[in-house]
Design a protein around this ligand. Structure first.
Ligand SMILES: Nc1nc2c(c(=O)[nH]1)N[C@H]1C(S)=C(S)[C@@H](COP(=O)(O)OP(=O)(O)OC[C@H]3O[C@@H](n4cnc5c(=O)[nH]c(N)nc54)[C@H](O)[C@@H]3O)O[C@H]1N2
Ligand SMILES: Nc1nc2c(c(=O)[nH]1)N[C@H]1C(S)=C(S)[C@@H](COP(=O)(O)OP(=O)(O)OC[C@H]3O[C@@H](n4cnc5c(=O)[nH]c(N)nc54)[C@H](O)[C@@H]3O)O[C@H]1N2
Ligand code: SF4
Ligand SMILES: [Mo]
Length: 668
């Protein structure tokens, strides 16, 4: 028996971007393990990817092109061939372009596979060549990213490997025990060395229970809490005035905003005891190094950017940025200075942009031109996009031509005209960066794709040929794309010597930014003035009216430990076996007259779904929780995104999933 081991990378949308060791025996993957030599992965994987063979060799894997035969959305398909599929798709896209213009074609993708070739390569070239509508990929971190760029010019924070040196860590709207498990050993080590770790989360999550202190503000009261802490620091004269004077601008605007939040008002808005707020301010003023890690939970609300700004400002006014390991971390994406691949568009002026959060409106209300073709890859919007009723209404349109490239039958493939089979990351070449750690990693194929499945770049080569496009850049090989990516930025000091051959020898290369380098102290602040901006970004006013404002419960739908959004929804050993659940405080269950196991109808102006109630001590009164994201076919054709809205955040065009008010009706 022939046995080989290759290095791979976990492709999922996760902070940890693990290095994998993949064992292949006689052409079949037999073991997938964490790379023991990878300093972040440390030889272990999370619960879900420990069962990855079940996903790789899943009996439902899509192996051949499928052509729709039944009515739209009925999920009836017959096996077809690539020749037949491309002979239909190519001319149809051309006809749509001739009739309405390229903008009638809309790509929809996110981070199903985070590889740079899978998520951001020939797809962009193909759609630009067609003059297709552009997609603003905002669904995850757009608000925090835009706010970080406003304040610092970049999304950059300390190297996570410096975490053990930090003495006060705030995990604000982050749940790494579920969403970034490789942070836990680093946090544990910091604690062994004397750190105090505070979780700021309305829910008593596994993270909150594990560490030293849980501060539980009311959902969406982060602006009040962060500015209230700032108020305390100002009033008690514990700012780093020298740091503020030398390195920032806009402090007067910050100060004015913070002074509106005296202790009593902050306590009332957050539901926290005044002593808790004052004591936390004391800690912030007196402990070094201080790191504030803002998770993505704080920036899925209507006031996402304002909250991110107010939280990050605490790390600035205390001077915490000046210590190794200290400062503010929302993301580390800009630690990888890879210039994107060159894209040539045909359209002038550039085509319209469509915010992916507003897919429902794009499919149902746009007329000039309408969206006539939708090409989905790396994403499952029927389950994960907000305002699901509008999304499904759009997908249901008989005059919408929908092509979905997928690994599994999903809620979205059900609405396709063509389902095309996608390779998995263990079957393709790719390059990965991380939004948290500092390793750039090569993913090598361990086995070929099964059946007729193809990688994302290969899909777009085939689509380009079928639509009659001829620019050679649309047909670049995977190796050429990889070399182009690395060569584009080869001069950058952080990427010195990181070449394809180096990565072939040693597949996880740390970028050449010294671990002890302090972001925005030892690296430039890339704002127009070169100073950190303490004045808030230009925040949008709230909408004049919110039809759900008076509903009794605040619904939160954060990440579930067992799945990544809707991915893994069909992996039996991983997915939850209970029906889609609503977690409630005992006091709310009593007042509604419901018991554990009862069905309730959860509804608001957007839509409705039915969930099974379970009592939870982790949930405060007035808040209800349903972890994201279950498949629609588990719950009679709907999930919690029936209740979320297309409303955009205050800056950066981000999602507002966690600003959702609902009513609940007992069904017994
Ligand atoms: N196991 C697993 N891992 C994942 C994912 C997954 O689905 N499952 N998803 C991946 C993806 S796509 C992402 S973006 C990341 C996200 O991972 P995280 O950054 O951890 O973000 P979330 O899970 O969205 O929310 C984190 C916490 O924010 C809290 N929260 C909600 N509303 C508020 C609020 O108003 N204020 C405050 N202070 N806290 C609030 C929630 O209760 C939750 O515990 O995780 C990635 N990793
Ligand atoms: N209510 C609520 N909704 C949410 C969130 C929330 O917190 N609450 N979180 C939001 C966030 S943070 C995010 S990031 C989004 C994520 O939402 P999506 O982008 O829809 O992510 P997934 O549900 O993981 O689906 C990814 C799909 O890509 C497919 N895929 C994986 N690799 C490949 C590949 O190489 N090629 C192709 N063609 N397909 C591939 C997988 O099989 C899977 O079906 O969900 C958002 N939706
Ligand atoms: S999902 Fe995250 S923690 Fe799990 S293996 Fe992938 S990168 Fe690692
Ligand atoms: Mo995300």
């Amino acid at each position: 028996m022939e046995s080989t081991t290759t290095f791979g990378v976990c492709p999922h949308d996760c902070y940890d971007t693990c290095g994998l060791r993949v064992t292949v025996d006689d052409g079949r993957v037999t073991r997938i393990a964490g790379d023991p030599s990878h300093p972040i992965t440390q030889g272990f994987l999370c619960f879900k990817v420990n069962h990855y063979l079940d996903r790789l060799y899943h009996p439902e894997r899509l192996l051949y092109p499928l052509r729709r035969v039944g009515p739209k959305g009925a999920g009836q398909f017959v096996r077809s061939s690539w020749d037949e599929a491309l002979a239909d798709i190519g001319p149809r896209l051309q006809a749509i372009r001739t009739r309405f213009g390229g903008e009638a074609i809309l790509p929809y993708s996110f981070a199903g596979n985070m590889g740079l070739l899978a998520s951001d390569s020939l797809d962009r070239r193909f759609f630009a060549a067609l003059g297709a509508s552009r997609l603003d990929r905002t669904i995850c971190t757009a608000s925090a990213g835009a706010t970080a760029r406003w304040m610092f010019g970049q999304s950059l924070g300390p190297d996570p490997e410096t975490l053990p040196d930090v003495r006060l860590i705030l995990l604000w709207g982050a749940n790494p025990a579920a969403t970034s498990v490789h942070a836990i050993p680093l946090l544990d080590e910091a604690r062994r060395r004397g750190a105090w770790i505070v979780t700021v989360d309305p829910l008593a999550t596994a993270t909150a229970r594990r560490f030293d202190q849980h501060v539980a503000p009311a959902p969406n009261s982060d602006v009040a809490l962060a500015l209230g802490l700032g108020h305390q620091l100002i009033q008690t004269g514990r700012l780093d005035n020298a740091f503020i004077a030398e390195r920032t601008e806009g402090f007067a605007a910050y100060r004015q905003a913070a002074l509106e939040w005296p202790l009593a008002r902050t306590a009332a808005a957050t539901g926290l005891a005044p002593e808790t707020i004052a004591a936390l301010a004391d800690r912030l003023a007196s402990t070094r190094p201080l790191l504030i890690r803002a998770g993505y939970g704080v920036q899925r609300q209507a006031r996402s950017a304002e909250a991110t700004w107010a939280i990050a400002a605490l790390a600035v006014i205390t001077g915490a940025l000046a210590d190794v390991g200290g400062g503010f971390l929302h993301g580390n994406g800009d630690a990888f200075p890879l210039a994107p691949l060159a894209v040539r568009g045909t359209a002038s002026p550039p085509p319209r942009s469509i915010n992916m959060i507003q897919l429902g409106d794009a499919l149902t209300t746009l007329t000039d031109p309408p969206v006539a073709a939708l090409i989905v890859y790396n994403s499952n919007p029927a389950a994960t996009a907000p305002d699901q009723a509008a999304v499904l209404r759009g997908l249901q349109r008989e005059d919408l031509f929908t092509v979905v490239h997928e690994q599994m039958p999903t809620d979205t493939t059900r609405y396709a005209d063509w389902v095309l089979p996608a390779a998995m990351s263990l079957e393709v070449l790719d390059l990965h960066t991380s939004y948290w750690h500092r390793y750039i990693q090569l993913n090598r194929p361990a086995v070929p794709p099964p059946g007729e499945a193809v990688s994302n770049p290969e899909l777009f080569r085939r689509l380009a040929r079928a639509t009659g496009l001829s620019d050679p850049a649309l047909f670049a090989s995977d190796e050429a794309l990889l070399d182009e990516l690395l060569a584009n930025s080869a001069d950058h000091p952080w990427l010195q010597g990181i070449t394809r051959s180096r990565l072939m020898e040693s597949p996880a290369q740390k970028i050449r930014l010294p671990q002890a380098s302090r972001p925005f102290i030892d690296t430039p602040v890339r704002t127009p003035s070169g100073r950190i901006r303490l004045n808030p970004p230009p925040l949008a006013d709230p909408p004049a009216s919110d039809p759900d404002a008076e509903r009794p419960f605040h619904l939160l739908t954060p990440s579930r430990r067992e799945t990544i959004k809707s991915s893994f929804g069909n992996v039996a050993r991983v997915r939850p076996h209970e029906p889609p659940t609503l977690l409630m405080a005992a006091v709310d269950m009593r007042s509604l007259g419901v018991q554990g196991g009862d069905s309730v109808r959860v509804h608001n102006a957007q839509g409705a779904t039915v969930l099974t109630v379970r009592e939870s001590a982790a949930v405060p009164a007035g808040t209800v929780v349903s972890y994201a994201v279950r498949w629609l076919d588990e719950a009679g054709g709907s999930n919690i995104n029936q209740l979320t809205s297309q409303r955009l955040s205050d800056y950066g065009g981000g999602a507002t999933f966690y600003t959702t008010r609902v009513s609940i009706t007992s069904l017994g």
